[in-house]
Design a protein around this ligand. Structure first.
Ligand code: GDP
Ligand code: ZN
Length: 458
């Protein structure tokens, strides 16, 4: 298949000491060579790096000193010829390089078009392509390894196995219907079909169960630090965010820009909610009080409820426990370096089984225990990180839910004693839905829609 040659900046703009302009397509080598002096890039060995100068052939103007990586098809990401031009990082110079190759025959890539080509050329399947997108967006190490695992094709393999089971079942039913006289094939009975459908359903169910954790890994556990004024919320926040890996993102477009802060606690990504409020000056925090804490609760997966151990439990504290009662929470009795005025039995009673940790944030005591409690809350002690195939993509989750429903329909029909050729419609539907996850049987428009979500240059 003839493909025009696309080009884009494939490193983040404005970051890093080098920037890469990537070209992919039949003319990638010829175009790069046209603007490259010193060497004939069309003649060099594949997968080598060449030092040279970019020169505009029309004006003889020297544009940039660069390193060009030459990678010939098919052993490349897109399975097309690829040239990556490494140049100095500034916006201006990298743009000049891009403009130069666009002037001499390349076309600016659409967002995600490199990955789309990798998919269309059979280099990766759709779930792997989406993992590339997640990888670009993933904010923490753990989310990164999740995306890598998916890219590895684990999910794809599992889905393929399930589809195989379904298609064999369908084929079996068809043989029974079309060749009733054919005795060699075991008859597909209502019972047998039910068993097969249940098997697949239980696997789909497991995948859906992991989806919530997958989402959390990717987006972080929405964590709200709540408590009365002066109990130590800011101090806790600062200790958790102490790690250099904390990433701050601003989400514009709300009444006031919400600041989300990502911190890594033992590999568990926490997305600290509404930290802007907590980070404000103390005067403002005084005013924020319980009302603000209540708002933060609405967004949260995890509550860190801070108490002052230096004073007895108050009605305000109890109100906060009440507000948090349906959520995962950890109570933190702070200021243990001071006189203990709080009654721990009372605290445990209002905590209703949630972990209670004692800390002195000022002396950095109890932090390990707190971090352990956070990790335990999330992983429940039973999830084996290494083996699970997580589903973290919204589109995959929707498809799995639909597949789950189709299987329910099939099982219901079987219960009612419907003829197998009717049940088979639901089984086939399940097979199609699972196929969409790995990009088999998807319409062109869906593909376009998916790939347009990618960052430019990927
Ligand atoms: P917030 O109002 O809940 O955000 O509380 P802050 O973190 O701003 O802390 C209020 C005051 O308590 C500050 O003066 C802190 O230094 C102090 N503080 C925080 N944690 C401790 C602690 O563990 N022991 C003691 N003695 N003081 C603490
Ligand atoms: Zn504070």
């Amino acid at each position: 298949m003839e493909q025009d040659t696309i080009a884009a900046i494939s490193t983040p703009l404005g970051e890093g000491a080098i920037a890469i302009v990537r070209l992919s397509g039949d003319e990638a080598l010829a175009i790069a060579n046209h603007v490259f002096s010193n060497k004939d890039l069309t003649q060099v060995d594949s997968h080598t790096i060449q030092y040279g100068t970019l020169v505009d052939p029309k004006t003889d103007e020297k544009v940039e000193e660069v390193m060009a990586s030459v990678m010939k098809a098919p052993k490349t990401f897109t399975r097309e010829d690829i040239v990556e031009i490494n140049c100095h990082g500034g916006m201006v110079s990298v743009n000049r390089v891009l403009q130069l190759v666009l002037r001499y025959g390349a076309r600016l890539a659409e967002p995600g078009e490199f990955t789309k080509r990798a998919f269309l050329n059979g280099r990766i399947d759709l779930s792997q392509a989406e993992a590339v997108m997640d990888l670009i967006r993933s904010k923490t190490d753990r989310a990164m390894s999740l995306a890598l695992k998916q890219m590895d094709g684990r999910l794809s393999q599992l889905i393929r196995d399930l589809r195989q089971q379904l298609i064999e079942t369908v084929a079996h039913v068809e043989v029974n219907i079309d060749y009733p006289e054919y005795d060699d094939v075991e008859e597909m009975t209502n019972e047998l079909l039910k068993e097969r459908a249940r098997n697949v359903k239980s696997e789909v169910h497991t995948l859906l169960r992991t989806a919530k954790q997958g989402k959390i890994l990717r987006e972080g556990i929405g964590t709200a630090i709540i408590g009365k004024p002066n109990v130590g919320k800011s101090s806790l926040m600062n200790i958790l965010a102490h790690d250099d890996k904390a990433i701050v993102t601003e989400v514009p477009g709300t009444t006031r820009d919400v600041i989300e802060e990502y911190v890594n606690v033992r590999g568990v990504p926490l997305r600290l909610i509404d930290t802007a409020g907590i980070r404000e000056t103390e005067d403002i925090v005084e005013k924020i009080g319980v009302e603000r804490s209540r708002q933060a609760l609405q967004d949260a997966d995890l509550i860190l409820l801070v108490l002052n151990g230096n004073e007895p439990l108050t009605e305000e504290d109890r109100a906060l426990f009440e507000a948090a009662k349906d959520l995962d929470s950890i109570a933190i009795v702070n200021k243990t370096d001071l006189d203990q005025q709080i009654n721990m039995d009372e605290v445990r009673e209002v905590a209703q089984g949630s972990p209670v940790i004692t800390t002195s944030l000022i002396e950095e005591q109890g932090i390990d225990e707190l971090e352990q409690a956070i990790a335990d809350t999330f992983f429940d002690g039973e999830v084996d990180q290494g083996d699970l195939t997580y589903v973290s993509n919204v589109r995959h989750i929707q498809l799995l839910e639909q597949a789950n429903e189709a299987l329910d329909d099939a099982l219901e029909s079987l219960e009612m004693g419907m003829p197998l050729d009717l049940v088979q419609i639901d089984i086939t539907r399940t097979w199609e839905l699972l196929g969409e996850i790995i990009g088999e049987d998807v319409s062109e428009s869906l593909i376009d829609q998916l790939f347009s979500q990618f960052c430019l240059g990927k």
